[in-house]
Design a protein around this ligand. Sequence first.
Ligand SMILES: Nc1nc2c(c(=O)[nH]1)N[C@H]1C(S)=C(S)[C@@H](COP(=O)(O)OP(=O)(O)OC[C@H]3O[C@@H](n4cnc5c(=O)[nH]c(N)nc54)[C@H](O)[C@@H]3O)O[C@H]1N2
Ligand SMILES: Nc1nc2c(c(=O)[nH]1)N[C@H]1C(S)=C(S)[C@@H](COP(=O)(O)OP(=O)(O)OC[C@H]3O[C@@H](n4cnc5c(=O)[nH]c(N)nc54)[C@H](O)[C@@H]3O)O[C@H]1N2
Ligand code: SF4
Ligand SMILES: [Mo]
Length: 737
Amino acid sequence: MPTALRICPLCEATCGLTLTIEGSRVTGARGDREDVFSQGFICPKGAALPEVDADPDRLRGPLVRKDGRLQEATWEEAFDTIAARIRPLIEEYGPDAVGIVLGNPNVHTMAGALYPPLLIGALRTRNLFTASTIDQMPKHVSSGLLFGDPFAIPVPDLDRTDHLLILGANPLDSNGSLCTAPDFPGRLKALRRRGGTLTVVDPRRTRTARLADRHVAIRPGADALLLAALVHTLFEEDLTDLGPLAAQVEGVEEVREAVRDFRPEAVAEACDVDAETIRVLARELAAAPTAAVYGRMGSSTVAHGTLGNWLVDVLNILTGNLDRAGGALFPLSATAPAPRPAGPGRGFVLGRRHSRVSHHPEVKGELPMVALAEEIETPGEGRVRALVTVASNPVLSAPDGKRLDAALGSLDLMVAVDPYLNETTRHADVVLAPPPPSRSAHFDFAFNALAVRDQVRYTPPALPLEADRMDECEIHARLILAVSGMHGAPPSAVDQLAIDTTLAKAVTQEHSPAYGADPAEFAAGLTGETGPERRLDLMLRLGPYGLTLDALRAHPHGIDLGPLKPRLPQVLKTRSGRIELFPAPLAADLPRLRAALDETPDSGTVRLVGRRHLRSNNSWLHNTPVLNGGSNRCTLQVHPDDAARLRLADGGLARIKGEGGELEVPVEVTDGVRPGVVSLPHGWGHDRSGTRLAVASARPGVNVNQLLDGSRLDPLSGTAVLNGFPVEVSPLPLTQS
Ligand SMILES: Nc1nc2c(c(=O)[nH]1)N[C@H]1C(S)=C(S)[C@@H](COP(=O)(O)OP(=O)(O)OC[C@H]3O[C@@H](n4cnc5c(=O)[nH]c(N)nc54)[C@H](O)[C@@H]3O)O[C@H]1N2
Ligand SMILES: Nc1nc2c(c(=O)[nH]1)N[C@H]1C(S)=C(S)[C@@H](COP(=O)(O)OP(=O)(O)OC[C@H]3O[C@@H](n4cnc5c(=O)[nH]c(N)nc54)[C@H](O)[C@@H]3O)O[C@H]1N2
Ligand code: SF4
Ligand SMILES: [Mo]
């Protein structure tokens, strides 16, 4: 049977898959044993790629709204409609009249990496919203302030560390995030086997926690307090040891002073972790030959998300573990620009402007996702009247979907680049549907820069495009032309412009491999059959390893570039050229955390946390039958003590009420959640009309984000609080089911 290789796009682990091809269909998927990085690993989602690929509900071409109804149309009609309707809006109301929403799968497609920056440039809108502000923005802010570069994200050295402290991540189900590691579970087991230790801090006893030497069932929302107490203990017990880092860090004494109040005894009650355990955690971290602290969703989408993310790296730095083997290191991806010489940079600035309605500071040019609805609803100059969404389903993934749903319905124009007609795209006037994964080339621009090993792989399309289908890269290129008044120009013009712009700069940079070259000559030497391939080739050639697309094609299972290596001080782009351990914006946010010390937790308050299931992927995989069902259910997990107190029965129904609304949901009684905490997964709630999701809408579940009204956020990063918010839970008579 013929086979083809395809890097899996379904999570951050980026496993290499071998697809079985029968005729023009993918009929099987197994792990590629020769893949230099994933070495044959596959999870149930990857194994279901053939079903995901062949979902009959996937749109086969563009849709255009005619007579109030979304109807099949030609590509020409679709782009004509966009060009004809968006330009007058921009001309009348200015560039901010068009908002852009970029969702998660953009980091899982080549198109999503290569074109949105050009789309943003073409539209020149300040109304940019992305999934980052319902996810990892606190990490970008912390890295931006500490290292001067929001993309300089240290990754735990999973394969070599002696001690791993994980907060708010459950890689056994998520397969890891901001830490690309195929077979994360196997790598954690290997850590244990080689005598290393694993500590997991999580209000739930997750599958990851069950693998750990120690599980600390913290009260949700309290990680920043716990971390501050760990830092406090390092100073108090004289356990800091920066090693060679010392010469590169400023602000250590200021941090010592700043955490003085955060004694283990002072945070113990808020965290519900006793002071002695906190001291032991700090001592273990300091005593380990090498150690890494790693925090994700559960410590990011919380009220003190940025402080928590900062403290994670403060711990890595104070224990000398940043930038050393076995600690947390900065990957160097093959498409990163060749490193410039070390030295001061421009630093990272927040809040260069503010959102129109609620005055949220911009971060990385973005506004918080929770501000999207009000920016559409509120009249006045700068109002969002048209929206372009790319790979995004904010009606389910962001707080208060009902409000957003209504706001989307009021737009003058909405364009969606998306393969599904779902809760969000049903509002579009034009849907531009990309082909399924088997028909697209794949390269991991984002995740190679977050991987636990430097490596590089490229998979061309496993199958050719069917007639009347358009590659997602071409869709993006044509969209850019349509919105920028160049409708009808060849899409290759967009790629050529990107190549020319990049080269014009590179040839002037002494550290660039293209330094001094003739840009036209350099461009003429690029290989690749398509515009995006030539752009990839260019990035590889300008990158740190001097690779080419041809080299990648000659190594279909990838090229291993070795374990992570120390990269300081070269990565630093702070104004001082050093690690700025106590940046002013974080210092200014600390009083808010200090105030939390005095809040006595109310033992009656129930707090909600999320969870992911191995066979889920945010809001869009519920339409694949093999992935929906079994234990992947939208249930409210409740601890037996709470179930007794609240009179909730296993299998019965509960009413759950939050600031943004209320839901009715089946109860699952389990001691897998700690007392005082209930857990409901996200991405469900597929019961709206006008979608084309036969499987998902038959088992819709409820939308957890409807419990939120969007008012809770981490103020520094604009990130929504999705974990640890208060809810009221009460029983519903069974007859109401
Ligand atoms: N309560 C709660 N809410 C959460 C979270 C949580 O933990 N709890 N997690 C948050 C996180 S971490 C994230 S990242 C966000 C994710 O939220 P979003 O960014 O909205 O992403 P998804 O929900 O995955 O929706 C992805 C969309 O992309 C489309 N799509 C799929 N494949 C492709 C493709 O190849 N090309 C294009 N153009 N489109 C494609 C899908 O049809 C779908 O419409 O949700 C956040 N929301
Ligand atoms: N199977 C599957 N895999 C996925 C996804 C998916 O939807 N399904 N989504 C992908 C995406 S977009 C992302 S961003 C990653 C996320 O990957 P992870 O960061 O691993 O996210 P979660 O699995 O949500 O784990 C978050 C954990 O934090 C815990 N938690 C909640 N509140 C707190 C708190 O206050 N403190 C602490 N310490 N813990 C807390 C929760 O109980 C949960 O176990 O997963 C990716 N991989
Ligand atoms: S772990 Fe992630 S990348 Fe690997 S097969 Fe599963 S979904 Fe795909
Ligand atoms: Mo995410």
